[in-house]
Design a protein around this ligand. Structure first.
Ligand code: HEC
Length: 108
């Protein structure tokens, strides 16, 4: 019986660890589609109904292109104006991958 419990505990740990890996591997693109697209639009142009209403600028706007990665990171983490803060919802690593994804949208 003790041995069975031990086996179950080990299996449980493995399952939890696997779950964490899949979160860590979420790409900036998947996160963006799930959490940001409804306001910022698929191409980052801010051309969604909510985006237009809230005055969201395109990520390709020169004003935003010249902002540093750490500024984009801070805005996503702490929010600004109507932009919601994600510090309780996303890890720093996830925000970092989102910054990379926003940069890739700017190049298009
Ligand atoms: C509810 C709508 C909404 C959602 C969802 C949203 N944003 Fe925003 N975002 C805004 C608005 C509105 C602004 C402009 C804020 C301002 O300057 O007043 C903004 C601004 C920004 C800026 C700064 C750009 C600038 O104008 O200087 C960044 C970076 C940003 N958002 C990233 C993100 C990321 C990454 C996500 C997803 C994790 C996200 N946003 C989700 C509404 C949203």
């Amino acid at each position: 019986m003790k041995k069975l419990l031990k086996t179950m505990a080990v299996c449980g740990t493995v399952i939890i660890a696997a779950g964490n890996i899949s979160v860590a591997e979420e790409t900036g693109e998947a996160l963006y589609t799930a959490k940001c697209k409804m306001c910022h639009g698929a191409t980052g142009a801010g051309d969604t109904p909510i985006g237009k209403k809230q005055g969201v600028k395109s990520f390709s706007d020169p004003e935003i292109v010249k902002k540093s990665d750490s500024v984009l990171f801070d805005i996503t983490k702490n929010g600004v104006g109507k932009m919601p803060a994600y510090k309780d919802k996303l890890t720093d690593a996830q925000i970092k991958s989102l910054v990379d994804y926003m940069r890739s949208l700017q190049k298009k």
